[in-house]
Design a protein around this ligand. Structure first.
Ligand SMILES: Cc1ncc(COP(=O)(O)O)c(C=O)c1O
Length: 408
């Protein structure tokens, strides 16, 4: 696969951007020498890289694209607003419409606020929980990602010990450990922040154990703790009206971002009446916080999900894909298991403790133009059709021949 242009731009980037590309798409964090560094254009579930190579995509902009790249309905809404402008001194009424739309659809919610990134609002929500309760401690699951701020980021640098003094961690699904932490810090825990299921990088996804959410919800209620749902990654892919509906529990606040604007930067925190006054006391703003283009995109995107039952579609197409892929790989002697929900599956190979085989498998798939990430959950979207999945499986068949030849 030709990577000449991509490599040359990456070299240029290294001169002026620390590391060239940073964060979770840094080449070292994925699959060195397999994925392109830069993308030229994308449509539906396919993209073309800088060197003109065409890819069938299973990462959807790392989750930001729910309805396909350049979805016509979303782009039309954005274009209509673009004629009027994007950022003003005041918000546009699109912000009110979006808040109304989301509050109506998300059953526990009485209010909504908006920002640009998931991290903006996971951090803001824990401050709201602290403001409401006057307590300091926050509990999270070990290995869970909630953003780039110092209280939770997975990086190594740039922190001081006090950043995490008030953050306690428990092992996902270990309710006894969680309730023990709460008992030890009775009346000191402001909030428990959790993703709907555990989707750590470099590890199979773990669904909630039976009763885990109900027990956690009851614990929060009886101890006066805010239950904060971080639905940034999962929002729109488990249920069209919030992932808590998929697992049947009620949070106090929930944060959405990735899929909300179908590629336009926006995040939302929705909350219950109980937290309304604390929410208005915790300062929130940003350079482009009222960006009407993103609000237009989110209105259109959210409406598409509600109207078309998108979460259910992608769970089903994901199930079709994952089950066929597991059989195909098993037939070639590769015990691949797709863990987590099928709309955003994480690939894992039995016995592959150093993750060597999954890397090699994804590398072989990259050679035939399939963008499968070895260490992060994949994302499906409403633009993945049965025909696309069948084409993908045909390409996997070819990739498996390369894989087996390389293993010999
Ligand atoms: C579960 C979860 N929470 C929070 C975030 C942070 O969101 P952002 O990258 O938009 O700041 C992410 C991003 O990947 C996420 O997956």
């Amino acid at each position: 696969m030709n990577r000449k242009k991509s490599d040359s731009w990456f070299k240029r980037a290294g001169q002026v951007i620390p590391g060239g590309i940073y964060g979770h798409v840094a080449p070292a964090a994925g699959l060195p020498r397999s994925f392109p560094h830069y993308c030229k254009q994308a449509k539906d579930c396919r993209f073309t890289d800088l060197d003109g190579n065409e890819w069938l995509d299973f990462m959807c902009g790392f989750g930001a694209i729910l309805h396909g790249y350049l979805n016509p309905k979303v782009e039309e809404a954005v274009e209509n607003q673009r004629l009027r402008g994007s950022v003003f001194n005041q918000p546009s009424t699109l912000m009110v419409e979006l808040a109304e739309r989301m509050v109506e659809a998300i059953d526990f919610a009485d209010w909504a606020v908006f920002a640009k990134n998931g991290s903006d609002l996971t951090t803001w929500a824990i401050r709201v929980a602290r403001e409401k309760s006057g307590r300091e401690f926050i509990i999270k699951a070990k290995g869970a990602y909630h953003g780039v701020d110092a209280w939770c980021d997975p990086g190594l640098g740039g922190r001081i010990p006090s950043d995490r003094e008030k953050i306690l961690e428990f092992k996902w699904n270990d309710f006894d450990h969680l309730s023990d932490l709460v008992k030890k810090r009775r009346n000191q825990v402001a909030g428990i922040i959790l993703t709907p299921y555990h989707h750590a990088a470099f590890a199979p996804s773990e669904m909630p154990a039976d009763g885990f959410w109900q027990d956690t919800q009851n614990l929060c209620k009886s101890e006066g703790i805010a239950l904060i749902l971080d639905d940034v990654r999962t929002g729109g892919r488990l249920h069209d009206s919030g992932s808590h509906r998929f697992f049947n529990f009620t949070p106090d606040m929930a944060i959405y971002s990735k899929a909300l604007g179908n590629g336009y930067a926006i995040s939302a925190c929705l909350g219950s009446e109980w937290f309304r006054s604390a929410a208005s006391d915790v300062f929130l703003t940003g350079s482009c916080w009222n960006d009407a283009l993103a609000m237009a995109a989110a209105n259109a995107s959210f409406e598409l999900s509600q109207k078309n039952g998108v979460a259910s579609y992608i769970r089903n197409i994901g199930k079709f894909f994952s089950s066929k892929l597991e059989v195909l790989t098993a037939n070639h002697g590769l015990p691949l298991k797709m863990t987590g929900p099928p709309s955003m599956p994480y690939p894992f190979i039995e016995g592959d403790s150093n993750l060597y085989k999954i890397q090699k498998f994804c590398q072989s798939c990259a050679e035939v133009g399939l963008y499968f990430h070895p260490h992060h959950n994949w994302f499906l979207g409403s633009s993945h059709s049965e025909k696309d999945i069948i084409e993908t499986l045909d390409r996997v068949e070819v990739a498996l021949t390369h894989f087996q030849a390389n293993e010999r």
